[in-house]
Design a protein around this ligand. Structure first.
Ligand SMILES: [Zn+2]
Length: 440
């Protein structure tokens, strides 16, 4: 992507650069060459669409002002990495919280809001594309939320609407578990799990439509291939993949094939500029050798987890998720981390296959243990991505698109389409419950 830096771009970049760096370089002396990777990064509105930090907030009583500890995201790392907006993931573990999905969802939402209230001088809780830009102008981190896994709505459009009213602005239709109305890539081959016939049930289609109508971005990360195409066929707005990488480079079922990458870029309605794919930083989705090594140690790791659980049970206790996570991580830590270049390869691949307007960042921070590429330990390391992209010939303008511009464009379009849909139709009321469908 060797695009020369245009004059218009330079003019656009200058105020931000001067503002961000407080340097005394006279504006007329700035040349395209003086746009260092760091300056480009500082001038961008950087948006990450997936961090699992809310679980730390609830389960570990972590505060965003605390030191990172084992995590990847806190206020200091966000500031150092010039992170402008974070979509905090509201993820409800489906087995542990069975019967309490809404309860857990609300606790996680509350934790994000409490952090924004507590650190209101540094964090702004926002729910619009304009809000992201306004927070950025005030040098605050814009905090947003996405629900990861449609099971959180407990088959109720009313719950979906209430989550929207609390500020949730995307929903991943499934996590690794299929739900009553959409299938997951995580269990699509498991014959013991009931699946929909066409990827989405009638209710699932209502969910997608209602998300379009509300202005909640439809997230196709994690879904099965069939559910992916079905969703694209019926969505009236462009979709996002909040944290997915390219299957051509690493064969994970929840990565996306080239055909899927192109489909995300090309769908979204008649006047749409298309959706985008936010690259996941998890080494197991980026590097095939890493993924193979991870698979190879899995039986041993799971055996150790079972032993840990049994030991705790014998002592009349229950092994905590944190203890289990720590044990799993000790196994993963045996595998050397892949270089940063593997992450850049995925961004590059998606930019080439889907187009430069359809790729962004969906880190999965705080969701993948320490299993990130070399050099990426926290949000503070985000500037390294810009540096690596520019080293490969990406222009400042291209970098700003990848860092957040593309996501902002899609979000804006989703908001626009929701206004049109609200003018022409009413909320969907579902009479038939989805689980009646697959029981037939
Ligand atoms: Zn995920």
């Amino acid at each position: 992507m060797r695009t020369p830096v245009s004059l218009a771009l330079l003019l656009f970049a200058l105020p931000a650069l001067v503002c961000a760096q407080n340097q005394a370089t006279p504006a007329h002396k700035m040349t395209p060459k003086s746009l260092t990777a760091d300056a480009v990064h500082r001038s961008a509105l950087v948006i990450d669409t997936h961090a699992d930090t809310p679980q730390r907030l609830v389960d570990e009583h972590f505060d965003l002002a605390d030191p990172l500890g084992d995590g990847n995201l806190n206020l200091e790392s966000a500031r150092k990495g010039n992170l402008g907006a974070e979509f905090f993931s509201i993820w409800v573990e489906p087995t542990r919280y069975k019967g309490q999905y809404a309860h857990r969802t609300l606790e996680l939402i509350d934790a994000v809001k409490q952090q924004a209230a507590k650190h209101h001088d540094k964090i702004e809780f926002v729910a619009t594309s304009g809000g992201i830009e306004a927070a950025h102008r005030e040098h605050k981190l814009a905090a947003l939320m996405g629900i990861e896994g449609g099971h959180s709505i407990e088959n109720s459009l009313a719950l979906l609407r209430q989550y929207y009213s609390l500020g949730v602005r995307y929903m991943t239709l499934t996590w690794a578990n299929s739900n009553d109305w959409a299938d997951s890539s995580g269990d699509i081959d498991d014959k013991t799990i009931p699946h929909t016939k066409e990827g989405l049930t009638e209710f699932g289609k209502d969910v997608v439509y209602e998300m379009n109508r509300l202005g909640m971005m439809v997230d196709v990360s994690h879904v099965s291939d069939k559910t992916f195409y079905r969703t694209l066929n019926i969505s009236r707005a462009p979709v996002i993949a909040s944290h997915s990488s390219a299957r051509a480079l690493c064969d994970a079922p929840r990565n996306m094939t080239d055909e899927m990458l192109r489909a995300v870029a090309n769908y979204g309605g008649p006047n749409s500029k298309g959706g985008d794919i936010q690259v996941n930083f998890f080494s197991g989705f980026l590097s095939q050798p890493y993924r193979d090594a991870l698979k190879a140690i899995q039986p041993e790791a799971e055996k150790a987890v079972e032993e840990l659980k049994a030991k705790a049970k014998a002592e009349g206790k229950e092994a905590t998720p944190a203890e289990i996570e720590k044990l799993r991580r000790s196994f993963a830590d045996r595998i050397p981390r892949p270089p940063l270049s593997v992450l850049i390869d995925h961004i590059d691949h998606i930019a080439k296959v889907a187009g430069i307007d359809h790729v962004g960042l969906g880190s999965d921070f705080d969701g993948v243990g320490g299993q990130l590429p070399e050099g990426i330990d926290s949000a503070a390391d985000l500037p390294k991505i810009t540096e690596a992209l520019m080293a490969r010939g990406y222009s400042a303008e291209d970098c700003r698109k990848i860092l957040g511009g593309n996501l902002l464009r899609v979000f804006r379009e989703v908001e626009q389409i929701s206004k049109q849909l609200q003018a022409e139709s009413r909320p969907r009321i579902t009479e038939k419950q989805p689980f009646d469908e697959w029981k037939k």
